[in-house]
Write a protein that binds this ligand. Structure first.
Ligand code: GTP
Length: 331
């Protein structure tokens, strides 16, 4: 199953940087060496076995954007599952960015009216003035107005923290056709190990795929289980704002747990990168502390699982005995 993902936005907004962090395991510090993308760079990323993300990184220079909106319009905007549009939080020309965005949204509506739209207010680490939560709220309002009656989801992101994993985990989640089945299997695994938390990560990207303890995020309801393609609620006019930058003032325990998992993604990716530099391969991670025991291990060919147990009577060896259950899990 192939899902086309459009990654668009002004030149220099950070599209290739985020792609290289999430899908190529490169650290944030190396992104400054990336050159401008010429036209469209297409990548096929195998994700959870049968799901292939067909990622179109569209160079954002004006000449390319003009071409996408004219002679290339049908090629670029047809069969799109998700459009991710990136805005720099401190852009030099928001008016121009919005003009291009609205033109792209119009083309998307014409050729792929059922595509889901995610907007990233990126480089949040550079946001000036006021709190980051306020800045994001202001930007979200502006983007909602520009989107008219199209349903959008907005995230504040930065390559320097877990917010990028937060956004991309939610984005790929709506493309995974069997996400609810995965969650059910995880719940069984959690109960077999008396685990407090079980989290499933995709192997290459380390994006959070499913968790045993938390309900699915609200906008995941956009994708129905029988029809895996992202759908929109007819006639509903809404903009959802999900971001780690909200959590500063919002102690919602579900959100905070997700932030922890996405922080885990970020840390493990950094650790894997360090391992690669000394020509070692990352396999498993074990932690045995007085408060809890945690194991991060391969679950299937495409996934890793993190099991956290707070019961002091359950030790590492029991968790490893439980992991053969993994053979029963589907890819
Ligand atoms: P085009 O290929 O021309 O469309 O640009 P692009 O959107 O792919 O931009 P690119 O990823 O090449 O990033 C441009 C610059 O932004 C690089 O120097 C990155 O290091 C920097 N950058 C990317 N993300 C962030 C971020 O979250 N924060 C900060 N401070 N800089 C970032």
């Amino acid at each position: 199953m192939k899902k086309k993902v459009l990654l668009m936005g002004a030149s220099g907004s950070g599209k290739t940087s985020m792609r290289s962090l999430i899908f190529s395991n490169n650290p944030a510090s190396l992104t400054s060496r990336l050159g401008a993308t010429i036209d469209v760079e297409q990548n096929h990323v195998r994700f959870l076995g049968d799901l292939i993300l067909n990622l179109w990184d569209c160079g954002g220079q004006d000449a390319f954007m003009d071409s996408y909106l004219s002679i290339q319009q049908s090629t670029i905007f047809q069969h799109v599952g998700v459009m991710i549009y990136v805005f720099e939080v401190e852009t030099r020309n928001m008016e121009k960015d919005l003009d291009y965005y609205m033109a792209c949204l119009g083309a998307l509506q014409k050729y792929s009216p059922n595509a889901a739209v995610f907007l990233l207010v990126h480089k949040m680490d550079l946001a000036k003035g006021g709190s980051k939560a306020e800045t994001l709220a202001r930007k979200t309002k502006e983007l909602k107005e520009a989107s008219g009656d199209v349903e959008i989801t907005v995230f504040g992101t930065s390559i320097y923290d877990e917010s990028l994993y937060n956004a991309w985990s939610r984005i790929v989640h709506i493309l995974i056709p069997n996400a609810s089945v995965l969650s059910r299997h995880l719940a069984k695994l959690a109960s077999a190990c008396s685990a407090t938390e079980v989290v499933l990560f995709e192997r290459t990207t380390f994006l959070v795929i499913a968790t045993s303890t938390l309900p699915r995020p609200p906008h995941v309801a956009m994708a129905s289980t029988s029809d895996p393609s992202p759908t929109k609620t007819n006639g509903s006019v809404s903009a959802t704002n999900h971001s780690n930058y909200e959590t500063e003032e919002d102690p919602d325990p579900h959100k905070m747990a997700l932030t922890r998992y996405e922080r885990t993604s970020e840390l493990i990716k950094a650790f894997k990168y360090s391992c690669a530099r000394v020509r070692e391969e990352f396999h498993t991670l074990e932690m045995e502390l007085p408060e809890f025991t945690a194991v991060l291990d391969e679950l299937t060919r495409n996934t890793y699982v993190l099991i956290v147990v707070h019961d002091p009577t359950i030790g590492m060896s029991v968790l490893h005995i439980s992991l053969p259950l993994k053979s029963k899990m589907r890819h």
